[in-house]
Design a protein around this ligand. Structure first.
Ligand code: E4P
Length: 217
């Protein structure tokens, strides 16, 4: 499973990128707002740092507006994936931008039927939002599973990008189901390293080591 980082925070991306853990980045208008940066400036910096796809989201609500904004965002760098919402206008924009050879990430997906339409419209990535479904006491991971089955049934090439990930368990379950990509906040990715038995085991080893009176260096 590829790891995308769901942030516009350059320092956080750089830290994970240095470890080889960043296969791409996703941003959205809320994350740009949170960064306090100009969208084109910060996106250009991210694209220079990360080799993989960097999603930059359009904000127009009509197809022509999304297409124009998508072309403008794609001028920032070759690794831009234009992000459009899963509306009828977004699907039209997806078709046009995909036919122009651009990567398109269709976002705000909450049903398997929406994902089916995005694949038909030539999306490079479909972004089902797990966490926001879980917030409503629905099963976000079931949606990932349904889309995986449908895409495999018909050999669609659109990659399933599990989004709105809130917990390390979301990462585990997305990987078990076979999501192609998961995009997660930096903290969730770092939290995957933690385990209470690792901490306990390390404390015991260090305690015993102290009793030997030895030094390695
Ligand atoms: C990524 O592409 C999405 O914009 C993001 O994962 C949404 O996450 P949220 O539901 O935590 O805002």
């Amino acid at each position: 499973m590829k790891f995308f980082v769901d942030t516009a925070d350059i320092d956080a991306i750089a830290e994970l990128n240095d470890l080889g853990m960043v296969d791409g980045v996703t941003t959205n208008p809320s994350l740009i707002m949170k960064s306090g940066r100009d969208i084109k400036e910060v996106t250009k910096e991210i694209c220079a740092l990360v080799k993989g796809p960097v999603s930059a989201e359009t904000v127009a609500t009509d197809a022509d507006g999304m297409i124009a904004e998508g072309r403008e965002l794609a001028r920032i760098a070759d690794n831009i994936a234009v992000k459009v919402p899963l509306t009828w206008a977004g699907l039209k924009a997806c078709r046009t931008l995909a036919d122009e050879g651009r990567m398109v990430n269709v976002t705000l997906c909450f049903s398997a039927n929406q994902a089916l339409l995005a694949a038909k419209a030539g999306a490079t990535f479909i972004s089902p939002f797990i966490g926001r479904l879980d917030d409503l006491n629905l099963d976000g991971m079931e949606l990932i599973s349904d889309i995986r089955e449908i895409y495999d049934n018909y050999e669609f090439k659109t990659e399933i990008l599990a989004a709105s990930i809130r917990t390390t368990n979301h990462m585990y379950e997305a990987a078990m189901i076979g999501a192609d990509v998961a995009t997660a906040p930096p903290k969730v990715i770092k939290d995957m390293a933690g385990h209470v038995l690792t901490d306990k085991g390390l404390a015991a080893f260090l305690d015993d080591w102290g009793k030997t009176g030895q030094k390695i260096i």
